[in-house]
Design a binder for this molecule. Structure first.
Ligand SMILES: NC(=O)c1ccc[n+]([C@@H]2O[C@H](COP(=O)([O-])OP(=O)(O)OC[C@H]3O[C@@H](n4cnc5c(N)ncnc54)[C@H](O)[C@@H]3O)[C@@H](O)[C@H]2O)c1
Length: 257
């Protein structure tokens, strides 16, 4: 029996990076997984791979900033798998720029995906999880939700928001008595495509620059891998974390220590 056997999990932004690793980890431990993303080709491929390896996965196209799409995704999840127990609010983007540089259009875009997406995810999944007997919500914040991130101020704003939104909803769920735990995860610097999308067009150069920076700020110089975060997601999703709610799980190799 897997650690999340017979559970149904929805992972937003599950086509690549931390979301894909989390979907694979949960599926390997027995959950049926719904992968949602705007990247259709990669999302479908991620679901196909899990199904080919004997797991159960469904891909649904989904922009987390759109309220009506959340309603539809939850409906499709319940229609396909009959329940929902685990939500991983993972989809996110990082737009760089100081407060002086950033346009209001980018500020709103940053907020609509990273913060509106998490708010809407909880708003529409909580009734479905409650109806399924309870479960676990895991919101992917960042070390930038704990300490300031110059040059990424709007990103840090959204991640700080995710941290306190999670704690507040955790307490609301206790008051509602719905058996739903809510926690946040704070990754440090993890090797995914998010770094390629930061700061310019030359992907190779950006990645090299970021690896160099990470090696200088992380104690021991060790950059994290998606599985490091997926292991935290699995823990919070499982009964091993049954007394944890309103907590923050920092996975950063000492970056914030
Ligand atoms: N990689 C890191 O170092 C790191 C550190 C701290 C926090 N995080 C957070 O982890 C989460 C995952 O990031 P990642 O590093 O795997 O990045 P990634 O770019 O590899 O993956 C992000 C995924 O989200 C999807 N996505 C983007 N906009 C979307 C939208 N509007 N609706 C649905 N899906 C959308 C992308 O298509 C992609 O599949 C993000 O919330 C990010 O802020 C990452």
């Amino acid at each position: 029996m897997g650690r999340v056997a017979n559970k149904v999990a929805l992972i937003s932004g599950g086509a690549m990076g931390l979301g894909k690793a989390s979907a694979e980890r949960l599926a390997f431990e027995g959950a049926s997984v719904v992968i949602t993303d705007i990247a259709d080709k990669e999302g479908q491929a991620a679901a196909d791979q899990i199904n080919e390896e004997g797991g159960k996965a469904l891909f649904i196209h989904h922009d987390v900033s759109q309220e009506t799409e959340w309603v539809s995704v939850i409906e499709q999840t319940l229609a396909h798998f009959g329940a929902l127990h685990i939500l991983v609010n993972n989809a996110g983007i990082a737009l760089s720029g100081t407060v002086l540089d950033m346009s209001m259009a980018d500020y709103h875009k940053q907020n609509s995906i990273n913060l509106d997406g998490v708010f809407l995810g909880m708003k529409y999944s909580i009734p479905a999880i409650a109806q399924s007997g309870g479960g676990s919500i895991i919101n992917i914040s960042s070390v930038a939700g704990i300490k300031g991130a110059p040059g990424l101020s709007a990103y840090a704003m959204t991640k700080g928001g995710v941290r306190l939104l999670s704690k507040s909803v955790a307490r609301e769920c206790i008051e509602m008595g719905n058996n739903i735990r809510v926690n946040s995860i704070h990754p440090g610097i993890i090797e995914t495509a998010i770094w390629d999308k930061l700061g310019g067009d030359n992907v190779g150069e950006n990645r090299a620059r970021i690896s160099e920076a990470a090696e200088s700020v992380i104690p021991g110089g060790k950059i994290g891998q998606p599985l490091d975060i997926a292991n935290g997601v699995l823990f919070l999703a499982s009964e091993d974390a049954s007394y944890m709610t309103g907590s923050e799980l920092v996975i950063d190799h000492g970056f914030t220590a």
